[in-house]
Design a protein around this ligand. Structure first.
Ligand code: 5GP
Length: 183
């Protein structure tokens, strides 16, 4: 539907669905359904993580609640600087809760590292991360990520929530963008 803007499909809709189910089973093992900390709190990072977050919540066999944050990272449209500003904060206090940050993609890891530090000052009972995608550079940063869906090459990807200039989020798969779109 975007003409020939998409150069290749990196991860299909079926592969995403299969991986989401796998991750949900692993995550559910870590949190008892009747934990004294209450329901697992999924914290999604707007807007990219929305598709993954809702599919993951549906696949999880334990009760979950959802909160969203929007952060803006200063930098160019395709790389982040690690200087982060909160555009929308959580609506609820997370003290004493089991919190799982749900990310779409970790590239340099700077955004996530900032977010983890910020949320940990709010005294959650536990704070872990699940990301659908991870790029090679993320391995060089020391951010502990409990669950990773796919390790992908160092290419700019779109679809399944991920955008370029707000477009392509609605694609049901993850694809690479034809370089002509940037120029
Ligand atoms: P980091 O701070 O880990 O370098 O960057 C994380 C953020 O950069 C992601 O949440 C996402 O918004 C954006 N980002 C990094 N790589 C890509 C990519 O390949 N495609 C898209 N659409 N966004 C990306």
């Amino acid at each position: 539907m975007y003409g020939d803007d998409i150069a290749s499909v990196l991860i299909t809709q079926e592969e995403i669905a299969g991986k989401t189910k796998e991750l949900a089973e692993l995550i559910a093992k870590r949190y008892p359904a009747d934990a004294p900390e209450g329901d697992l709190l999924l914290v999604g990072v707007l807007k990219g993580a929305i598709f993954f977050m809702t599919d993951l919540a549906k696949a999880l066999p334990i009760p979950t609640q959802m909160e969203f944050m929007a952060v803006s990272s200063y930098g160019s449209s395709t790389s982040s600087s690690g200087v982060v500003r909160i555009m929308k904060d959580l609506d609820k206090d997370i003290a004493g809760r089991n919190v799982l940050i749900v990310e779409d993609i970790i590239d340099s890891g700077l955004t996530l590292s900032w977010l983890k530090r910020n949320l940990s000052t709010r005294n959650p009972a536990s704070l872990e991360v699940v990301t659908l995608l991870r790029k090679p550079d993320a391995l060089r940063t020391h951010v502990d990520v409990a669950h990773v869906g796919f390790d992908i090459p160092n290419e700019f990807v779109v679809g399944y929530g991920l955008d370029y200039a707000e477009r392509y989020r609605d694609l049901p798969y993850i694809g690479t963008l034809d370089p002509k779109v940037y120029s």
